[in-house]
Design a protein around this ligand. Sequence first.
Ligand SMILES: NC(=O)c1ccc[n+]([C@@H]2O[C@H](COP(=O)([O-])OP(=O)(O)OC[C@H]3O[C@@H](n4cnc5c(N)ncnc54)[C@H](OP(=O)(O)O)[C@@H]3O)[C@@H](O)[C@H]2O)c1
Length: 295
Amino acid sequence: MYSIIGANGYLGSYVQKIILEETDEDLLCVDLNIEEDTERVKWYRCDITDPDAVDELLHVLEGYEDLKIVYLAAYHNPDLVEKNREFAWKVNVISLRYFIEHCPFAKDIYYVSTDSVYGESVDRYHFKEGDPLHPVNFYGENKVAAEGIMLENGRHVVRFPFLISPSLAKKPHFYDQIVQSLREGKPFEMYADSYRSSLSFENVARLLIALIEHGNTEPIVNVCGDQDLSKYDVGKLIASREGLDPELIVPITMDKKMAGFETKRATSTLMDNALLKKILDLDFVDIFEKPRYKE
Ligand SMILES: NC(=O)c1ccc[n+]([C@@H]2O[C@H](COP(=O)([O-])OP(=O)(O)OC[C@H]3O[C@@H](n4cnc5c(N)ncnc54)[C@H](OP(=O)(O)O)[C@@H]3O)[C@@H](O)[C@H]2O)c1
């Protein structure tokens, strides 16, 4: 049995899809906004900042054997986190602690963290799991604190890069905005000097469920792609996979601030995925193509 906490967002929608496609397990999806139940998927409304509601949820979860939890609920827009620091800490840290400390019965709990915990990659350095953490904003600090709670409780942390795919949730993703702009023949500006080990939501969900099903014992794993990609590179790839004009993707540099990018971000953060590849015996992890396993 799987449960996804924060199941109705971008990542949760893909994690649901992969669990249904690649395992025969049922799912309890928990979120503020819920959907209709289906044969294998049940929905449960819970605000994870409300301890009484969480107690009721925990009572339901305790009834399942071999429970595997993927914890995604978060307040994570760096600009909003900076503006609403107290609320962000309550959602991202205090509520997580309450849930984790009251859930000793779950077989596995995976917390999704981010490359933002590492800070700036100098000279294209690829951060490894044991490297010191130097987040450059309060969102990154929230994630470092959340990771600490997981590790203190003997639970798992996975660090994800910049993620991009068509949205399966009821809200468009950045990917969809790019596609819409190109379909309308409008240029779309993207940073050409800011690199990430980016992955699609589908691939990251696939690799996360593969790790859980494999019985991973590593406390922290970077789950990311093999390529160092700028957002401009990613935009070009999206244009070509959607059959749209890549020339409409316009390179800009980080010194040009875009709307929605008020708070400081690292220019580049690259991650090393050697541990992930060793655990799963992977040969190559592309941003969009299915991860390739060794023969
Ligand atoms: N997207 C990325 O590129 C990326 C990269 C690295 C790590 N991550 C991490 O992955 C996780 C999921 O990200 P995402 O992109 O899927 O975000 P998302 O679309 O916002 O999904 C989070 C889900 O949690 C729900 N939620 C928020 N507060 C809640 C609460 N108090 N109680 C119950 N549910 C609540 C949200 O509902 P509402 O929409 O109603 O708020 C949303 O459905 C986050 O921890 C994020 O930090 C994301």
